[in-house]
Each structure stands twice: as structure tokens, then as C-alpha cells.
Design a protein around this ligand. Structure first.
Ligand SMILES: NC(=O)c1ccc[n+]([C@@H]2O[C@H](COP(=O)([O-])OP(=O)(O)OC[C@H]3O[C@@H](n4cnc5c(N)ncnc54)[C@H](O)[C@@H]3O)[C@@H](O)[C@H]2O)c1
Length: 351
């Protein structure tokens, strides 16, 4: 089992991480346990959790409907209501058992209920293991804007057990792997070289890859929890990727976060090249690897118009300056403000 130290808590990784969970539960005397899950993690993950952590058999189970469209204040009302109706107090613990939707929403609910109660994350998707559960960003979508309402509130611990990935689809594994690619590109060239050798989906989610990706994200978050500077590097691929995700969701198209981010990284690498942040060879290397894994996304004229609107309103911009977190050579990054709209349009049309 690997243990990674975050700001104020530990991240335990491996099939033995549940031994650490049992120790955590025994040591901290909580008055009530609440397990937050959706219908899929209820079916596929909860039985394993209850078997391996028997203390949790006395937990209240709060089952939510799955899906990004349920990451809303209405669902929070449902959870706050269930906590209130069952007598949750300041010494209650919320256990987020699920993907990024559950950890974002559960973390937000925990950080606001009675001005904050403890929560832990037990991520069950690759995306939530390597990214969403780590770093203390919580929140929900509001009026169609992703993560518009939220807090920065770190969990008390994270327990990453890769056994849960056995029931996850190949598409969902690739979804999470996009964030693994991103962290390598901005933070560690050797990790990138290692990734380029991986071709099978089972290799994308090995314990070794998960551990390295978490360690890299955690080292960035530890230096800049509130995203004043360094943490902005994690936004590589996300200006265009988030905009693309929002535009396609608005059109009711089937798109996953990581798929949009993969396309976003291709387009933002195209922006980084004329700005001399990466060479043509590096751009080709990035593009070829991403294209070997992810299907091309069709960008219609309508999508392009919406995409540009979302990019212009991105909260990562500073005043009128369009700010992008771009690689500065593979394995490093630079926050580049003042990216011209023409360059963005060109990157979209060349995609
Ligand atoms: N807070 C952060 O720093 C951060 C970072 C990245 C992404 N996010 C957020 O994370 C969310 C996306 O996370 P996600 O991709 O995990 O989505 P998700 O939580 O919707 O999970 C994806 C699907 O997989 C199912 N599922 C979960 N675990 C399973 C398992 N073990 N077996 C079978 N099915 C399982 C879920 O029920 C859901 O249908 C987005 O809302 C995004 O904004 C947050």
C-alpha cells in the first residue's frame, strides 16, 4: 500500500487501503456514518465496502441518481434533508463512495452542513481516483455552468482501492486516463515517456500509474491549495475542453469530461506551438498519442460558435486577457495570458 501525505490528510492507495480505512474508523469516534452513493456504486461498490469495513454496516445509506445533471443544489437539498431527518450532528462522517459527481457534491454538502462536518472519499472511477477526489475542490453545477457553486474543503482521508475499477467500462477508464496524460504533460516528462509505452486500457489504470498521477497532482495542490498560481497548471486542455464539454452537453450530445479534455489538449497544444512553448515535434508527439486513444469529436459550426462564447467567459481569464495553462516543453508549464482569439479559432479549425 502506498501512502501519500496531502496538506492535512493522507491518501492510501492499494487493496490494503481498507486496512487503513478500518484503522481510521476505529480511531476517530464518529457519532453517525453516512455513505453517499449513486445507483451504480450502490450495486457494484457498496457490498465490497461493507464487507471490507464491517463497522460501516451501521451506516445510513444515501443513494442518489447518477449523472452530471444531478450535480445540483436540488440534490444537495435532498442530502441535507436526509442528514437533518436522521439526526446528523457535528460528529457525523460522510463517506463519498463514487465518481467525481459524488465526491464533488458530497464534499460540498459536508463542508456546508452545520458549517462543516468531516468527509472521506472512496473514489470508484479512474477519474475520481487520479483527479476529482484529490485536492479539496467541491461543488455543484448551477444554471448550466459547471462547478459554479462550491467550496475548497479537504477531506479527512482518501482511500483508493483499484478493485472498484473492475466494473468500470473501457470508456470510463479512458475518461479518467485523459487527466493522467494531462498531469504527465505539465509536470513530469519521465512519466510522459512511461505513458507513451502504454497501449492497453488495463495498463492505463494500474496501481502504479494511479499512484504516480495522484502523487503529482497532490504535490501541486500542496503548494497552492487555493489556485493562486501553480495549481492553474492543472487547467491544461481545460479552457477549450470545458467549453467543448459545455457546448456538447447543451446540445444533448453524449460526451464525457475526459473525452472533451483530450480534444482540448490537442487544440491547446496547437496554440502552444506558435507561442513557442512546445516544438512541432512535441506537438506531434502529444497529438499522435492522444488521437491513438480517443475518437475524434465532430465540431460543427454551431458547436464552434458556442465553444468560443464559453471560452470568452471562462473564469480562468483575467480581465480581457485570455489565459491558458500551456506546457512549456513537455513536463513543465507556463500560465500564458494574452492568447489571441485568432489563434484559438485556428486551433479549433485545425483539430
Ligand atoms: N473536484 C475536482 O478537482 C474535479 C476534478 C475533475 C473532475 N471533477 C468532476 O468529476 C465529475 C466527473 O467524475 P466521473 O467521471 O467519476 O463521473 P461520475 O461520478 O458521474 O461517474 C461516472 C459513471 O460511472 C459510474 N460508476 C462509478 N463508479 C463505478 C464503478 N466502480 N463501476 C461501475 N460504474 C461506476 C457512476 O455511477 C456514473 O454513472 C465531473 O462532475 C467533474 O466536474 C472534479
Amino acid at each position: 500500500m502506498a501512502t501519500i501525505k496531502a496538506n492535512s490528510y493522507n491518501i492510501y492507495i492499494g487493496d490494503k487501503s481498507f486496512d487503513a480505512l478500518n484503522t481510521f474508523l476505529t480511531k476517530n469516534k464518529y457519532s453517525h456514518y453516512y455513505i453517499l452513493c449513486d445507483e451504480h456504486t450502490f450495486e457494484f461498490c457498496l457490498p465490497t465496502l461493507l464487507f471490507l469495513a464491517p463497522l460501516l454496516n451501521e451506516a445510513e445509506i444515501i443513494e442518489l441518481e447518477s449523472g452530471e445533471d444531478k450535480k445540483t443544489l436540488e440534490t444537495c437539498l435532498q442530502v441535507w434533508g436526509a442528514l437533518t431527518d436522521t439526526g446528523a450532528d457535528k460528529k457525523s462522517l460522510i463517506i463519498n463512495l463514487g465518481g467525481g459527481v459524488i465526491s464533488d457534491l458530497g464534499g460540498f454538502v459536508a463542508s456546508t452542513f452545520k458549517r462543516g462536518i468531516d468527509c472521506i472519499n472512496i473514489p470508484t472511477t479512474l477519474l475520481s481516483m487520479v483527479d476529482a477526489s484529490v485536492g479539496g475542490k467541491t461543488g455543484v453545477d448551477f444554471e448550466g455552468i459547471k462547478n459554479h457553486i462550491g467550496t475548497t474543503a479537504e477531506p479527512k482521508a482518501i482511500f483508493v482501492n483499484p478493485v472498484f475499477l473492475e466494473t468500470l467500462s473501457e470508456r470510463q477508464i479512458k475518461n479518467g486516463y485523459a487527466e493522467v496524460i494531462k498531469i504527465a504533460l505539465i509536470a513530469d516528462i519521465n512519466f510522459w515517456k512511461e505513458l507513451k509505452k502504454l497501449i492497453s486500457v488495463s495498463e492505463f489504470s494500474s496501481e502504479k500509474i494511479i499512484t504516480k498521477a495522484i502523487a503529482l497532482k497532490n504535490s501541486i495542490v500542496k503548494k497552492d491549495l487555493h489556485e493562486k498560481n501553480l495549481r492553474k497548471s492543472l487547467n491544461f486542455g481545460h479552457n477549450i475542453g470545458h467549453a467543448l464539454e459545455s457546448a456538447l452537453i447543451k446540445q444533448n450530445k453524449d460526451i464525457l469530461h475526459g473525452e472533451a479534455i483530450a480534444a482540448g489538449m490537442i487544440m491547446e497544444a496547437e496554440i502552444a506551438k506558435p507561442l513557442k512553448r512546445i516544438s512541432l515535434k512535441e506537438q506531434k508527439e502529444i497529438t499522435d498519442y492522444i488521437r491513438s486513444i480517443y475518437k475524434n469529436i465532430k465540431i460543427t459550426k454551431e458547436t464552434e460558435t458556442q465553444l468560443l462564447q464559453y471560452i470568452l467567459h471562462d473564469k480562468k481569464n483575467e480581465g480581457d486577457d485570455l489565459c491558458f495553462a500551456l506546457p512549456n516543453g513537455i513536463g513543465a508549464y507556463e500560465l500564458y495570458c494574452g492568447v489571441k482569439l485568432d489563434l484559438i479559432k485556428k486551433a479549433i479549425s485545425n483539430y
